[in-house]
Design a protein around this ligand. Structure first.
Ligand SMILES: Cc1ncc(COP(=O)(O)O)c(C=O)c1O
Ligand SMILES: N[C@@H](CCOP(=O)(O)O)C(=O)O
Length: 473
C-alpha cells in the first residue's frame, strides 16, 4: 500500500509539482514554491473506527491517529516510542486534561502541562524528537529558522536544545512578547540555540523566516527546516487532542464544538483536519483578540490588513495567519495556481476577497468572534467568579467568545486552554488583583542571565548573521 503523499498549496504555480513523503515534508518545512504542504487527501475514519479509539490512553490514541500521516517514515514501534517519550515529561497523567466547567456545558481542554506551559509543547516535544531521529539515522544535520510571537519559541528551543543534529535560530518581535515568554527563550544556554530579537512585529519575523526558505540557495546551504506550523507535523500532532476531547464527550455518537483562541490559524486548522477525517465536530469557533483579520473575514469575506495592535494576548498579535492559506486551498477547490495568484496579490495590496459562494462555505466551516483587552480583563475575572479557574489572556478570549456564541446547548463546547496563566502575570493581576502562583517550571527564571542578539527587520542582516554563525557547535 502506498502511503499518504503531500502537495503544496501553490502546486501548479511552478513547472514542477511535488508529491512528498512525510519525511520529506518534515525536513522541507515550507514548500519550494512558497506554499504550505497539505495531505493529498485526508485519511478518512468511519464511525466504527472512531468508536474503537475510545478508552485508549493519550499516547496510544496519538500513535493511532498520526500513523496514516507518518506512513513509512517511522514504523509503528518507533512512532509509539517517540510519542511516549514526547509526553513523558508532561505533568498531567492524561497529557491534556479535559475539565467540565459549571456553566453552559462548557469544557476546558488544558493544553499547557508541558515543559514550557503552552499548547505548543504538545506538538513540539514530538516534532523535536522526530526531526532528531530522522537526521540522526541518516547522519545529516539541519538548521531551524523559526518565528515566534511568544510561545512557539520557547517550546521549540526546549524541544531541540543540545541536540547535536540541529541548530535553531528563533526570531521574536522585540518588546512584543511577555517577559516570562522572552526569558523562557533567552535564558536557555545551549550551543545550538540562537535567539534573535527583531525590530518589528511577529508578521515581520514570520516574513523573514519565509524569505529564508524562499531563497533556495540559502535554504539548501543551511539545510533549513521549520518548527512553526509551516511544518505539517505540527498540525498533525495537534489533531490528536481534538479526537481525545471529542471521544471523552461522547463522539462519534455525539457531536462536539470547539472554540479556539486563534492567531496563526494552526490550532483551529488542526480541528478542521480532524473534522475532515470524520470526527463529528459541529462548530469551530475562531476567537480573535483586537487583531481580528480572520473574524472580519468570516463576517465580510475579505481579508484586509490594518496593522498589528499590541494586546494582553500577545501570542495572537498576528495579521497574516500563515495556516489560513491551507484552508483557502480547499476553499479554492485545491487550485494551487489560483491560490498562489490570490496570495501574491494579498501580500502586494494588503487585501483579498472571496466570492459570495466561497464565503458561504467558509461560514459553514467556521464561526468567529472577537474580544478586546478590556473584555479580556473582564473575561479573566468572570471566569474566576463563574468557574473558579484562572485563565491566561488567550484562553480568556476563547472563553468569552464561547459564552457569547454558545449556540445549541445540546452540543458540548470545548474551549482550548492554550497557555498557563503564570506566563502572563500582569494580565491576571489586572483582572483578579493578584498574580497567579509561579509554577515550579518557571522558578528562578527572573534571575537567570539572558542571551540574545537584536537585528533590524532586514533579511540581509539576518542572512549575514546566519552565514556567520558557527555551524553545528
Ligand atoms: C497561548 C496561545 N494561544 C493561542 C495562540 C494562537 O494559536 P494559532 O497560532 O495556532 O492560531 C498562540 C500562538 O500560536 C498561543 O501561543
Ligand atoms: N503564536 C505563535 C506564533 C507562531 O505560530 P506557529 O503555530 O506557526 O508556530 C507563537 O507563540 O509563537
Amino acid at each position: 500500500m502506498t502511503s499518504l503523499r503531500y502537495i503544496s498549496t501553490r502546486q501548479g504555480s511552478r513547472p514542477s509539482s511535488e508529491r512528498l513523503t512525510f519525511e520529506e515534508v518534515m525536513l522541507a518545512g515550507l514548500a519550494r514554491d512558497g506554499g504550505l504542504y497539505v495531505p493529498e487527501s485526508w485519511p478518512a475514519w468511519s464511525r466504527t473506527e472512531i468508536a474503537a479509539l475510545r478508552g485508549l490512553s493519550y499516547t496510544d490514541l496519538a500513535a493511532r491517529v498520526m500513523a496514516p500521516f507518518v506512513g513509512e517514515t517511522f514504523d509503528a514501534a518507533t512512532l509509539g516510542r517517540l510519542v511516549r517519550e514526547a509526553y513523558a515529561g508532561f505533568d498531567a497523567p492524561d497529557v491534556v486534561p479535559l475539565k467540565a466547567l459549571p456553566v453552559d456545558d462548557l469544557h476546558l481542554l488544558e493544553l499547557f502541562h508541558g515543559p514550557t506551559l503552552a499548547f505548543k509543547d504538545v506538538a513540539l516535544q514530538l516534532l523535536g524528537r522526530m526531526l532528531d531521529a530522522l537526521l540522526t539515522r541518516s547522519g545529516r544535520r539541519a538548521r531551524i529558522i523559526g518565528a515566534t510571537s511568544g510561545d512557539t519559541g520557547s517550546a521549540a528551543i526546549e524541544a531541540v536544545r543540545d541536540r547535536a543534529a540541529l541548530d535553531i535560530f528563533m526570531l521574536h518581535p522585540r518588546g512584543r512578547v511577555s517577559e516570562v515568554q522572552r526569558r523562557q527563550m533567552t535564558t536557555v544556554l545551549a550551543p545550538n540555540v540562537h535567539n534573535i530579537a527583531i525590530e518589528g512585529t511577529f508578521d515581520d519575523c514570520q516574513d523573514l523566516a519565509k524569505a529564508c526558505f524562499n531563497d533556495l540557495a540559502f535554504r539548501d546551504r543551511h539545510r533549513l527546516t521549520a518548527v512553526n506550523s509551516i511544518n505539517f507535523a505540527r498540525v498533525m500532532a495537534q489533531i490528536v487532542y481534538y479526537f481525545h476531547a471529542a471521544l471523552r464527550l461522547g463522539a462519534p455518537e455525539r457531536p462536539v464544538s470547539f472554540c479556539v483562541p486563534t492567531g496563526n490559524f494552526g490550532n483551529i486548522y488542526a480541528g478542521y483536519a480532524a473534522r475532515a477525517m470524520g470526527l463529528p465536530i459541529e462548530r469551530l469557533l475562531i476567537a480573535s483578540n483586537s487583531n481580528d483579520i480572520l473574524t472580519r473575514f468570516i463576517e465580510s469575506g475579505a481579508q484586509q490588513m490594518t496593522g498589528v495592535t499590541p494586546t494582553l494576548s500577545p501570542s495572537m498579535d498576528i495579521q497574516v495567519s500563515s495556516n489560513f492559506e491551507r484552508y483557502l486551498f480547499d476553499l479554492f477547490d485545491r487550485d494551487g495556481k489560483a491560490l498562489a495568484a490570490a496570495m501574491e496579490s494579498f501580500r502586494a495590496t494588503g487585501a483579498m476577497a472571496v466570492s459570495p459562494a466561497q464565503l458561504a462555505r467558509a461560514r459553514a466551516a467556521f464561526d468567529a468572534g472577537r474580544l478586546d483587552d478590556a473584555g479580556t480583563v473582564d473575561a479573566i475575572a468572570a471566569a474566576k467568579r463563574e468557574t473558579g479557574e484562572t485563565l491566561d489572556p488567550h484562553t480568556a478570549v476563547g472563553y468569552a467568545v464561547a459564552r457569547h456564541k454558545r449556540g445549541d446547548r445540546a452540543v458540548p463546547m470545548v474551549v482550548l486552554a492554550t497557555a498557563h496563566p503564570a506566563k502572563f502575570p500582569d494580565a491576571v493581576r489586572q483582572a483578579t488583583g493578584a498574580p497567579p502562583p509561579v509554577p515550579a517550571r518557571l522558578a528562578g527564571l527572573a534571575s537567570r542571565p539572558e542571551h540574545y542578539e537584536t537585528l533590524p527587520n532586514d533579511i540581509g542582516a539576518l542572512k549575514r548573521l546566519m552565514d556567520g554563525a558557527a555551524v553545528f557547535a
